[in-house]
Ligand binder design. Structure first.
Ligand code: AQP
Length: 328
């Protein structure tokens, strides 16, 4: 029996260490959406090699990331969890889509400019075509909704353009997906620089709270977080550092923004940071206990069941694409 629910697809790269920005901006929403949608959550290891990776570490991190999805509350009974490279259709569709993509539109992608550090001569071709692989990931599953952080919005727009172009040139083939960008938390900022997003690849580890950080580290990082001038704890566009910390507090406690502001009325930065550290640790502790809830064999079973289900859908879409383009 086929599911009547609409589909969502999302993924994260098994690189670096996942941080609270990845959780609040993406994973938390994946969990919330899995009841309402037919969800596909992918560990995008092919994306990871767009920048150099140590092969042994990459393999370990791929499995660690699956454990993190599960610890965050992604339920393998409800959602399909799988590794991107276990479904070769992702790479195959990427080739076809790269033949309908234009150099000009890929050149406009800001992530390429950022991660390629502006050095076109030395930047990898994989880094350049990364958004086409991301489009293939999404379009293979006839996805309706893609939960993402703000940093991926431009890539999702490209995905929509490629789907529409392919549909126009070869006939209706792909659903054109919509982004799901959370109204709050879509871009959690670095604790050291509120102008920059919290990022796995940030060289300054004090800017990020990693999901596997211990309590002392979390307390230290929050105590050292930069603040703005002023003394009150409230949202104000001219004070992005406090706004960022308050957003984290609001999302971690479930208190509304107004309740959060009210809660800290009359209190200073010191008390605020102490309490933010406490609620962060309170969230992370059980999360970290859940990271090892599955043994290796169970984990491998979840991933292979996920890959089988994903493949059955991906193969149908790719078959249709090959037929429409005259490849088969
Ligand atoms: N700071 C953030 N705030 C909110 N959401 C975020 N995401 C990333 N950073 C933030 C969202 O997390 C999901 C998985 O991200 P990814 O693994 O694909 O990595 P990324 O988008 O490249 O971001 P990172 O974690 O900062 O890695 P680097 O440093 O390598 O760029 C995505 O939905 C993303 O939007």
């Amino acid at each position: 029996m086929t599911s009547q629910k609409e589909r969502i697809f999302s993924g994260a790269q098994p690189t670096g260490q996942l941080h609270i920005g990845n959780y609040l901006g993406a994973l938390k929403n994946w969990v919330a959406l899995q009841d309402e949608y037919e969800a596909f959550y992918c560990i995008v290891n092919l994306h990871a090699i767009t920048l150099p990776q140590d092969p042994k570490t990459l393999r370990e991190k791929t499995l660690d990331l699956a454990r993190i999805y599960l610890a965050a509350g992604v339920d393998p009974e409800k959602s399909t969890i799988f590794i991107q490279s276990d479904v070769p259709e992702h790479a195959e569709l990427t080739w076809v889509l790269s033949c309908v993509s234009r150099m000009g539109e890929l050149e406009r992608m800001t992530q390429f400019k950022d991660k390629g550090k502006g050095n076109r001569e030395r930047a990898g071709v994989g880094l350049f075509t990364y958004p086409v692989l991301m489009a293939a990931d999404i379009l293979l599953y006839q996805t309706e909704l893609v939960p993402i952080g703000k940093d991926q919005k431009q890539h999702l727009e490209l995905t929509r353009d490629l789907a529409e172009r392919f549909n126009r040139d070869f006939g209706e083939t792909f659903k054109v997906p919509e982004p799901f960008i959370p109204p709050v938390g879509a871009s959690i900022k670095s604790l050291q620089d509120p102008e920059k997003k919290m990022s796995k690849s940030d060289e300054n580890v004090n800017g990020s709270i990693f999901l596997l950080d211990g309590a002392d580290t979390v307390t230290k990082k929050i105590k050292r977080a930069v603040t703005d001038s002023g003394t009150t704890i409230e949202f104000d566009d001219s004070r992005p550092a406090i706004g960022n910390l308050l957003t984290m507090y609001h999302l971690l406690t479930g208190k509304t923004i107004d309740e959060s502001v009210e809660h800290f009325r009359g209190k200073g930065y010191g008390a605020f940071k102490t309490e933010l550290a406490e609620v962060t640790i309170e969230f992370l502790k059980p999360f970290q206990e859940r990271v090892n809830q599955y043994d290796d064999a169970t984990l491998s079973g979840i991933l292979s069941t996920g890959a089988k289900k994903a493949r059955s859908i991906a193969a149908q879409t790719l078959g249709d694409v090959y037929k429409k383009t005259g490849i088969r």
